[in-house]
Design a protein around this ligand. Structure first.
Ligand code: GDP
Length: 299
């Protein structure tokens, strides 16, 4: 958690200090509420979430003297209440052989790294993991996944650059079924600049997986880079139009993270946040804890 706290400290510093600046010897009046709303927006909580949280605070304490500590605690409580329903680890369904997880997201969001971290976590827990290098556009992505395969002992189905991703996903599932794998993680391309092509590709992958297992994919994880702040909201919207996103993994919360966007995402979409990334190595993935995150964010 300390890494996340450090990562969030830039935004939380801003939020925590900002609350201190607004609420020193001050009544909770309209002007103070307006300043608070702006502060929440600047911390990436988004316009509608900021308005709701400010209204929530006003409802309890309008026209009363408040101190920063009280406001921080009240806001942290509101953040935690919004995040608690979405904080859900990704559970493997043992009856599925394999449990198929399709991983989507724009290039650079941390898809391949997240797959590596999940592979490590599940392999360490004694599960048999298989990987599919479905980002067939980038040789580097395929190589990177193969490295994760070596590190975790998970076999990797890969093909040459430019190969058909759906064909590869089909082969990977067939192979994983033959091996009796517990989980198959499928990497995908993230070329969002060509949305129509990406949609066709993702839908084709889903279609061919269903030929071998009509309940697959069992999870569709969207990987989001927290450092893009409010832009993550649009990214979720876009990917929801392309494919049936079932949950999120939010990465790079160790950097100068703009973690406030998680509150906006929870409020707007209610999608489960299965894990967070706090660094580049295999161990740098954490379950998402609503209370710890709320405290770290509000400071
Ligand atoms: P992809 O293009 O979506 O597959 O993204 P990659 O997995 O290749 O990640 C892009 C870059 O972000 C790489 O340099 C990763 O090491 C880095 N990265 C991924 N997750 C995290 C994280 O949680 N924290 C940090 N600091 N870097 C990360």
């Amino acid at each position: 958690l300390s890494r996340m706290r450090k990562g969030l400290s830039r935004s939380s510093g801003k939020l925590g200090d900002g609350i201190g600046a607004i609420f020193t010897k001050r009544k909770l009046d309209d002007a103070a509420l307006e300043e608070l709303e702006e502060l929440l927006i600047s911390a990436d909580l988004g316009v509608s979430t900021a308005a709701k949280m400010t209204a929530g605070l006003a409802k309890e304490r309008f026209d009363k003297e408040v101190d920063p500590q009280e406001v921080r605690a009240a806001l942290a409580e509101q953040v935690a209440e919004r995040l608690e329903p979405v904080a859900k680890p990704l559970d493997l369904d043992g009856s599925r052989k394999p449990h198929v997880v399709l991983v989507v997201g724009v290039n650079g969001s941390g898809k391949t790294t997240t797959i590596g971290k999940l592979a490590k976590q599940w392999a360490d827990a004694g599960h048999k993991v298989h990987l599919a290098a479905g980002d067939t556009f980038r040789a580097a992505a395929v190589e990177q996944l193969q490295i994760w395969g070596q590190r975790t002992g998970a076999p990797v189905t890969a093909r040459d650059t430019g190969a058909d991703a759906a064909g590869l996903a089909y082969d990977a599932l067939q192979q994983a079924q033959r091996e009796g794998a517990d989980v198959l993680l499928v990497d995908t391309a993230g070329r969002l600049h060509n949305k129509a092509n990406l949609m066709a590709e993702l839908q084709k992958i889903v279609r061919v997986l269903k030929k071998l297992d009509d309940s697959a994919p069992h999870d569709v994880l969207l990987v989001l880079d927290a450092t893009i702040g409010q832009n993550a909201v649009q990214q979720v919207q876009t990917f929801k139009e392309l494919v049936n996103v079932t949950g999120l993994v939010v990465t790079k919360l160790d950097g100068s993270a703009r973690g406030g966007v998680l509150v906006a995402l929870a409020d707007r979409f209610g999608l489960p946040v299965h894990a967070i990334g706090v660094g580049e190595s295999a161990e740098d993935m954490r379950p998402f804890s609503a209370r710890a995150f709320a405290r770290a964010l509000v400071g």
